[in-house]
Every structure is written in C-alpha cells, then in structure tokens.
Design a protein around this ligand. Sequence first.
Ligand SMILES: NC(=O)c1ccc[n+]([C@@H]2O[C@H](COP(=O)([O-])OP(=O)(O)OC[C@H]3O[C@@H](n4cnc5c(N)ncnc54)[C@H](O)[C@@H]3O)[C@@H](O)[C@H]2O)c1
Length: 434
Amino acid sequence: MRIAMIGTGYVGLVSGVCFSDFGHDVICVDKDPAKIDLLEQGQLPIYEPGLENLMAKNIAAERLAFTGDLAAAVAGADAVFIAVGTPARRGDGHADLSYVLAAAEEIAAALTGYAVVVTKSTVPVGTNRQIKQVIRKANPQADFDVASNPEFLREGAAIDDFMRPDRVVVGVQNDRAAEVMANVYRPLFLRDFPIITTDLESAEMIKYAANAFLATKITFINEIAALCEKVGADVKQVSKGMGLDGRIGNKFLHAGPGYGGSCFPKDTNALARIGQDHSMPMQITETVIQVNEEIKRRMVDKVVDLCGGSVNGLTIAVLGVTFKPNTDDMREALALTIVPALVGGGARVRVVDPQGKREGEDLLPGVHWIEDAYKAARNADALVLLTEWNEFRALDLKRLVRKMAHPRMADLRNIYSPKEAKRAGFEGYTSIGR
Ligand SMILES: NC(=O)c1ccc[n+]([C@@H]2O[C@H](COP(=O)([O-])OP(=O)(O)OC[C@H]3O[C@@H](n4cnc5c(N)ncnc54)[C@H](O)[C@@H]3O)[C@@H](O)[C@H]2O)c1
C-alpha cells in the first residue's frame, strides 16, 4: 500500500512510522517546515519512547519519507490519512475543524487515481460526510471514498498501543473503502487484533464516547478521593477494592490531581457541545468537566495549606510538569494551573522535568529549571510531586529531608505514603484521598 499521512504530530508521526513498519510505503506531510527539516535529518520533533529507532529503521528500509509537498505525497496514494490537530475552538469549546477541512481541500486538488481519504483526527459526528462534500466540491472528478479511523494511542506508550491495539475502529460507507482499510491494517488483522467496521457516524462517536467515559472514570475516583479525605478512608484501598470487580476494572481508577493532556479536556468539551447542538445535553460529561476544574483548583489549595496558608516568599520545588510521564506534551498539563498559581502567590518556583523544558520554558514564565530533584530540594520550603516520571518514584526521602529548609511534600500522585514520609522526617505531607 502507498500511504500519505497529512499532519506529522504525535498521532501522524507515530501512525506513519508504524504503518511503514507494517511494510507500507509511507510519506508523512507537515506544513511546518521546521518539523520536516528535523525529520529529514532523522531527528524527532517530539519525545516518544522507542520512536526514534523505529523511524530510523524504516527510513533506512526506504519505506518512510517526509515532505512539505502535500500534492506529491497524495498523488498515487491508496490511502490518505488526515492526522492534523482538532483543538478546542476559542470561546465555545467546539472542536476546531479548520485544519481538517483545509487539509481536505488540499487533498482534493491532489488526488490522482482512486484513494480512500481517512480521518484519524478526532472529529465530531458528521465531519467525515462534511469532508466528502468538501472534496467533491473542490474536485468533482475525484475518484475517492472517505473513512473514519479514530486513533486511541496514548502518548508515552504510543508505539505499543499502535502495534498492539485493544481494537481498531474503521467507519466506511462501502466495501471498496473497507477493503483498502483491511489492507492497511492487514498485519494486525492477521495477528487477531479486533478490527471493528462500522458506519461513519458510529466510528466518530466511539472515539468521543470512549474518551468521555475514561475522563468520567478518573473524575469519579478523584471525587471519591475528596470524600475519603473527609471521612478518614484511604482512596488507594478503596480503588483496589473497587477495581477488583471485573465489571469496574482497575485501570483509570488511580486518584490524582485531575485529568489534563491533549485529548480529554478538548474531547469532553467537544462532546458536550455536540450534545447541546442536538438538544441532547450530555449531562454526565458536562458535570465531569466542571468537577475536574474544581479538583484542579483544590490542588492549589492543598499546596497552600501544606505551607501554612501562604506560599509568599517560599521556595517550592515542582517535580514533573508534562501532563503525564514519558511525553514532552504540555497541553492542558496540571502544571499550567498549579505553577502560575504558586508564582502568582509569591513563591519562588523550581521545576524539574526530564522532557518538559523544551515546551515548558515559554509556558511557565518566572520559574527556574533544575536538572534533578535533590538539587531542586536544596533549601526549599516544599516539594510538589506533580507528574510521576519514573525518576520521581523512588526518591531517597531522607536525603530530600536533609536538603530542605522545611521538609514538606504535596504528593499529588500518591507515590509515597504518609507513613514513609513521616519516617523519613517530613514535617508535612499531603496526598490525594487519604
Ligand atoms: N495526541 C494524542 O495522544 C492523540 C491520541 C488520539 C487522537 N488524537 C487526535 O489526533 C489528532 C492530531 O493530534 P496530535 O496530538 O497529533 O496533534 P499535533 O498538534 O501534535 O499535530 C498536528 C500536526 O498537523 C500539522 N498540520 C496542520 N495542518 C496541516 C496541513 N494542512 N497539512 C499538513 N500538516 C498540517 C501541524 O503542523 C502539526 O504538526 C487530533 O484530532 C487529536 O485529537 C491525539
């Protein structure tokens, strides 16, 4: 198969590299020339474990190339994937489809023979039909079908998720498009990974429903955690006791400081807007969005309370600022709420993150970037564990205590226990739901 991947961000790049590893000929396109320059030199514009090696292997095998020339990539492709961003539209929370529709127009002009135009971006129900109209209008002669193929990979584990998916969802309108999609995913099909073929609308809806459900599960346990704090229960024990019930499951049941990231916030908002547009309010999702905002605000209070009611003039070390470990992605990261609140409250904030600096430097003005947790702890008045990178999972607590002016820790990922913290000599320790 010849595949053109339009948009070479977290999803487009991982998908393009993995498709080339399946044996397809893949050309990845991006309109950002700096990104293409880097990729052509074999360098990654993002951090994703394992991606660099897999990319190098497939470039060497001449199955993978990068270009800024969309028309050249699309000409002769069997499948053209749209993997551009669909951020929340300013003001109303709708998914901003301007990049997707602009890409569709460009693709229309470049189509040569029969091709399936596949949307991998997360798009509201009805968008694939809209894409079809856009292409038809721009190029009435074009021989094409559209397909919806939402992506479920998680940043930080993206390659494994792509190569060993729980399922692949493909929405199509006819057998011809279904056959092309079956060929694209044949290596997974042969290894018995479930491939679900649906209509366009159901495929589009599966993605939003799945993300809203996961956001709900996280928010549910976060709210239970807040109640645990009031009644003297331990949310870690509660989630273990709940998660062993097969109907509930233990994944996404770890209490934390609220969800963030490149998908859940914008996708829950977009689903809420889709519901409103169809006079079918998504009440659960709307509540989840609101509760998550409250949880994030409560995290700031937690740190301030730990510091005795004010952070003014204090030195605070924040460990981890990316929205989760193993990515450099800062989109909607909790740090973007907590760190400015601390800086605004008069604290001197030090930040440690293995990959966050490149993006985080502009987003978190007024902080000092430090290379490791022990250096950041020197003479600090409090430590906030915000993103659970592996290197923060086994810290020498006694060593931290020795370095700090006031050994206090807000462990917002429940990595340590109140007992351990006390034993190490922390004079203050707060975590989530216990
Ligand atoms: N990031 C994730 O973990 C994830 C997971 C599943 C689904 N998704 C969805 O996938 C889509 C892409 O997300 P992302 O995180 O990869 O976005 P991203 O912002 O990292 O990448 C998008 C890329 O598209 C490029 N682009 C935009 N318009 C273009 C055009 N006309 N031609 C060529 N390139 C163009 C941009 O320059 C950018 O490099 C979104 O809809 C998102 O919701 C993301």
